[in-house]
Design a protein around this ligand. Sequence first.
Ligand code: NAP
Length: 312
Amino acid sequence: MATTRKVIIIGSGPAGYTAAVYAARANLAPLMLTGIQPGGQLMLTTLVENYPGFVEGIQGPELMETMKKQAEHFGTEMIAEDVTAVDFSKRPFVIRAGERVFESHTVIIATGASSKLLGLPAESKLMGRGVSTCATCDGFFFKDQNIMVVGGGDSALEEALYLSRLGRQVDVVHRRAALRGSKIMQERAFKNPKIKFLWDTIVHDILDVAKGKVTSVLLKNLKTNAREERPVDGLFVAIGHQPNTQIFRGQVELLPNEYIKVNPGTTQTSVPGVFAAGDVQDHVYRQAVTAAGTGCMAALEAERYLEATQPH
Ligand code: NAP
């Protein structure tokens, strides 16, 4: 086994890269296990207009590539492996990535969350080309156009309310006849003249892959089996998120919704020396800039932890 690292960062979205920049500049020689598909959720978007510092916005993948280069520039070592198991009961901590085993005095978890998807082939092909999982990121592109939101929970209602300020009309497609979202959000959505609900309905297919953009969706009513094609410019899938915490179950305390529990106002998990940053511990804000902010916090907290626990 190689020497014990000071900091290992697991995951490579805005939280992971920011933690890497800070840790590298603090001379902690961080090792980043980026995963085999690095970059996180921004790799699934096109133009990002709400990340500060880019007057006219920046493409999501380009932003992530820039953050990666910045982290490397300061000496972050990167390995494109998925972490398969961790053991936080031992000190130093043990991290396995495929056949390789690493040891570290501190760990920053930045594995993010994944949007749940409908699973239609056209959905992934048109992701960032009319299909989106983030209204605050992409709603602006559908100003005065036809927007559809899929889902019946608070996320779907929040997205619909946000999008109603931009779109011509917002249709919310829900697979049942009753919403799961909170009463207050339901009332707001029902009162909004731009929001219409399509009950007991699912999105059966999305067109038009050949044109490389969303032009319409095929809907199916689950009660009547009736099918319908509706012109749509932007389709927002808001059926929930899944934090990427499977490998941390039993290692750090998770919340009932499976996000990592951190001490309020910090990135400290239930295990001293293990920190969590970004969407893996944030089910409220879920923005690239907030993820980057908590990545910075995690690196600073790891540095302080090392100073307090590791003799120089
Ligand atoms: P959620 O509450 O789990 O709701 C997911 C919705 O998507 C449900 O209506 C579900 O339908 C539907 N759905 C799931 N899989 C589907 C599929 N394959 N096809 C079609 N529809 C599908 O998730 P969420 O809305 O993201 O909310 C998660 C948590 O965050 C909740 O506790 C929520 O209150 C909270 N949150 C709060 C706010 C706020 O207060 N402003 C905003 C966002 C989220 P069924 O109802 O039929 O299961």
